[in-house]
Design a binder for this molecule. Structure first.
Ligand code: NAP
Length: 311
């Protein structure tokens, strides 16, 4: 198999899939490396209501539409968990965990973010045993049960509302007395009789019974009083960590691990671009990720044209 490309896009969320559409339409030989299903975080989202032109669409449907669009423009979709990029000057070598190496003039990194865990010793052990980061995937397991959702951002608020179609009760626990998420999401939460909002409490540990989650121990941030809140399931939505470990050596990351890129979305390494949630920026939305994908791909095209004109 020929492993040489004009452009390699890492990550198949909205940024990567849009970059693939633009790169393909610009006639570039394009490969996309992804280690999970296409769609990124969209695939774990129930309903998307803020993508222009579409009042309402499920995350799965929008993911599939973008994936089909990228394929229709000639993108080669490859399975691969990227572990490193070697800068060889005009070419970049992309290495995957299974030992494969792919070469391209340009790499667009659109790997997004991963869920931040609570940081307790049982984080891994309890996955699938009451602990989940995906209400869309696992919500139906909690029919007529109680669940805890932790966090006050858009993800927590939206998923708390989503879960109410299955569960008896959502205990939404936030660490401040105000939410971080949008006004409209806040209103939906506050108007939902199945959601109880518990403010000013920080999680301090899991309650476990028979190797399954039984709830969370919380601490009141003011009084320091501890309280056990019981539930059959726990859904932490406490933010995200950029998926950039494989970029550590290239010195293109800020202190939090997000990619530093200029307006063209090029990093300090010529030929390596960032796009979407993984880039240092103010607004992380599907539409801004898609915009980034278009910008990165268009600038990649110009970059490659300049390289070829030089030779
Ligand atoms: P986020 O906006 O960073 O919110 C994280 C929430 O978790 C905050 O309320 C934070 O509390 C809380 N938190 C953090 N660490 C905690 C801890 N150790 N214990 C308890 N609570 C903790 O994260 P997100 O909701 O995942 O959203 C990520 C990005 O995607 C955001 O830019 C968001 O706007 C975007 N997004 C948009 C949509 C949409 O537009 N429909 C949907 C989903 C996500 P504090 O508020 O006190 O810091």
């Amino acid at each position: 198999m020929d492993k040489n490309y004009d452009v390699i896009i890492i990550g198949a969320g909205p940024a990567g899939l849009t970059a693939a559409v633009y790169a393909g339409r610009a006639g570039m030989k394009t490969a996309m490396l992804e280690s999970e299903a296409p769609g990124g975080k969209m695939i774990k989202t129930d309903l998307i209501c803020n993508y222009p032109g579409i009042n309402e669409i499920t995350g799965v449907d929008l993911s599939m539409k973008m994936f089909e669009h990228a394929n229709a423009n000639g993108t080669q979709y490859l399975y691969g968990n990227v572990v490193g990029i070697e800068d060889q000057g005009d070419f970049k070598l992309v290495k995957t965990a299974d030992g494969n190496e792919y070469k391209a003039y340009v790499v667009i990194v659109a790997t997004g973010t991963n869920e931040r865990t609570l940081g307790f010793p049982e984080d891994e052990q309890l996955l699938g045993k009451g602990l989940s980061y995906c209400a869309v995937c696992d919500g139906a397991f909690y029919r007529q049960k109680d669940v805890i959702v932790i966090g006050g951002g858009n993800s927590a608020l939206e998923e708390a509302v989503f879960l109410t179609q299955f569960v008896d009760k959502v205990k939404l626990v936030i660490r401040r007395d105000v939410f971080r998420g949008d006004e409209i999401a806040q209103r939906q939460v506050l108007n939902n009789p199945k959601i109880e909002v518990i403010r000013k409490h920080l999680p301090v540990g899991y309650l476990v019974e028979d190797d399954h989650i039984a709830g969370i121990e919380f601490e009141n941030v003011e009084t320091k009083e501890r309280v056990n809140i019981t539930a059959d399931g726990v859904f932490p939505y406490i933010g995200a960590i950029p998926a950039t470990e494989f970029l550590q050596d290239l010195k293109v990351l800020n202190d939090e691990g997000y990619i530093i890129a200029n307006e063209e979305l090029e990093t300090s390494v010529p030929g390596i671009y960032g796009a979407g949630d993984v880039v240092e920026k103010g607004l992380r939305q599907i539409v801004t990720a898609a915009g980034d994908g278009a910008i990165a791909a268009q600038n990649a095209f110009q970059y490659i044209q300049n390289l070829k004109a030089r030779d």
